[in-house]
Design a protein around this ligand. Structure first.
Ligand code: BES
Ligand code: MN
Ligand code: ZN
Length: 496
């Protein structure tokens, strides 16, 4: 059993818990209710801060053990840096670093004093989100350690001015947090546990939230002409699925927004097999599909007033006697013929049919696809920005902004006819691989052949979905990148 986190909200002033947390800005004493709690210790702020060299810088901690008067065993003053405008994502980080500090003290009951003009309900919700996101662990396959068995649940009470507003803001924000955590778990799960059927099963569970679920079998995809997607699954014992998730929170006649995900549950490379080093990471090659699934959970949980469709193509890319070969030519659902030059460029083959199907059936306002598509994007951008490609400047601008707000950042890269020319094939209409220069752009150009002119953006999340350095809000291998970003996009630009 791992330790659980329980977050309560209560009015000020704080009742003493084992650990009390108050905040102080740079070169300032704690204010408001924090000041009252400090006053109970009977200590002189300036003298203590000076002795501890505490300046209130972001991340700095002043730690009082067994202070008299407060009723707590421990009082921590956390620095928040310079007073003034704090972006919301700084509050998320604050929550994450708070969780780490709480965990290190081993206290089981914690009260946090959050007042003052900066501590708006939205800011408090971000702090709570940060607590939960940082608390997440994927340790279900670790044999239980004795110390953990003994660990009590963490109960954190946030003492705030407006309890009702804080509760509402936290509930709304936690819809998205749960989506991010679902995406993380799907990515962290090993491929022996999460095959195409198991992924389909987990996505189908969103039905309980009012998401309409449809699952396409290989036979149905065959009948639709999805030979591009199906050829990737050909070498696997575990057949492909496509899952269509629909949330109808908007007006009945309004065109939906569409999100499309690459769901390669494991990418060996196929016959163009990958080298062994880090191949285990390819259990996360369904990160795009995981983000779309997490987004659908978020939108349905918060009952977003908008129509959205999520489409995920789920396959396993394996080498086998039946596997697709380099040189094979397949006809995609769109009618375009594709020469498979490299069976390891499989994500674009999956998305070709998923994108075409999505625009053909749903006539969406726009399509955004997410995919751990190319190693080249990791070379270009590292792990801090995902690649953005788009045929629509408004959609691209909205995505860039949403990324800044949600702190899941994007960087736009070009598309263009000169790149497009490079994917022409000697034998078929196009080929799926054309050498290393501009590898991420070529993959995006390939996808663009299947969007039929619909406003579209492609997010290459190969560097951001997993294997990122630990952050204040994530210590797990998978990040859940994309869920918060796309929820922001919908919230800020497209919902009623
Ligand atoms: N899933 C990989 C891309 C990837 C690499 C994701 C590293 C995450 C981390 C994708 O299917 C792939 O193999 N792409 C090839 C394309 C090439 C063969 C044109 C690549 O990037 O090498
Ligand atoms: Mn591949
Ligand atoms: Zn792949």
């Amino acid at each position: 059993m791992s330790q659980e986190l329980v977050i309560h909200t209560a009015p000020l002033p704080a009742k003493p818990a084992a650990l009390a947390i108050i905040y102080a800005a740079e070169n300032a004493a704690p204010a408001g209710a924090g000041a009252a709690l400090w006053a109970a210790t009977g200590l002189d702020w300036d003298a203590v801060a000076d002795a501890a060299a505490f300046k209130g810088k972001q991340g700095q901690v002043l730690d009082l053990i067994a202070p008299t008067g407060t009723g707590s065993q421990r009082l921590m003053v956390l620095g928040t840096g310079k007073a003034g405008l704090t972006p919301l994502s700084a509050w998320t980080d604050r929550g994450g670093s708070l969780l780490a500090k709480i965990a290190a003290t081993r206290a089981a009951t914690i009260s946090v004093v959050l007042d003052g003009p900066d501590a708006t309900p939205l800011a408090i919700a971000e702090l709570a989100a940060g607590l939960r996101l940082r608390h997440y662990r994927f340790d279900k396959y670790k044999s239980v350690r004795a110390e953990e068995q003994a660990a009590a649940n963490l109960t954190v009470t946030l003492h705030v001015e407006n309890v009702a507003a804080a509760i509402a803001a936290i509930a709304d924000r936690f819809a998205v947090v749960e989506g991010t955590l679902l995406a993380r778990t799907l990515i962290n799960e090993p491929a022996n546990v999460l095959g195409p059927l198991e992924f389909t099963q987990r996505a189908s569970e969103l039905a309980s939230l009012g998401v309409n679920i449809e699952v396409l079998s290989p036979e149905q995809m065959q009948a639709l002409g999805m030979n591009s997607l199906l050829c990737v699954a050909q070498g696997s014992e575990r057949p492909a699925r496509m899952v269509i998730m629909r949330w109808s929170g908007g007006k009945p006649d309004e065109a939906p927004l569409a999100f499309v995900g690459k769901g390669v549950v494991f990418d060996t490379g196929g016959i163009s097999i990958k080298p062994a080093a880090s191949m285990e990471d390819m259990k996360g090659d369904m990160g795009g599909a995981a983000a779309v699934t997490g987004l659908m959970l978020a939108l349905a949980t918060r009952k977003a007033p908008v129509n959205v469709v999520g489409v995920i193509g789920i396959v396993e890319n394996m080498p086998d006697g039946k596997a697709v070969r380099p040189g094979d030519i397949v006809r995609a659902m769109s009618g375009t013929t594709i020469e498979v030059i490299n069976t390891d460029a499989e994500g674009r083959l999956v998305l070709a049919d998923a994108l075409w199907y999505t625009q053909d059936r749903f006539k969406p306002k726009f399509m955004v696809n997410l995919a751990t598509l190319t190693g080249a994007i990791v070379v270009a951008l590292g792990h801090d920005h995902a690649g953005l490609f788009s045929n629509d400047d408004t959609l691209a601008a909205n995505l860039l902004n949403a990324g800044l707000t949600a702190n899941e950042k994007l960087w736009r890269l070009p598309l263009g006819p000169a790149y497009d020319k490079l994917i022409e094939s000697r034998f078929a209409d196009i080929k799926n691989s054309a050498g290393r220069p501009g590898g991420s752009i070529l993959a995006a150009q390939f996808l663009q052949r299947f969007v039929n002119g619909v406003p579209w953006a492609h997010l290459d999340i190969a560097g951001t979905a997993f294997g990122t350095a630990p952050t204040e809000i994530n210590s797990s291998w998978a990040s859940g990148f994309g869920v918060a970003l796309l929820d922001r996009l919908v919230r800020d630009y497209y919902q009623n």
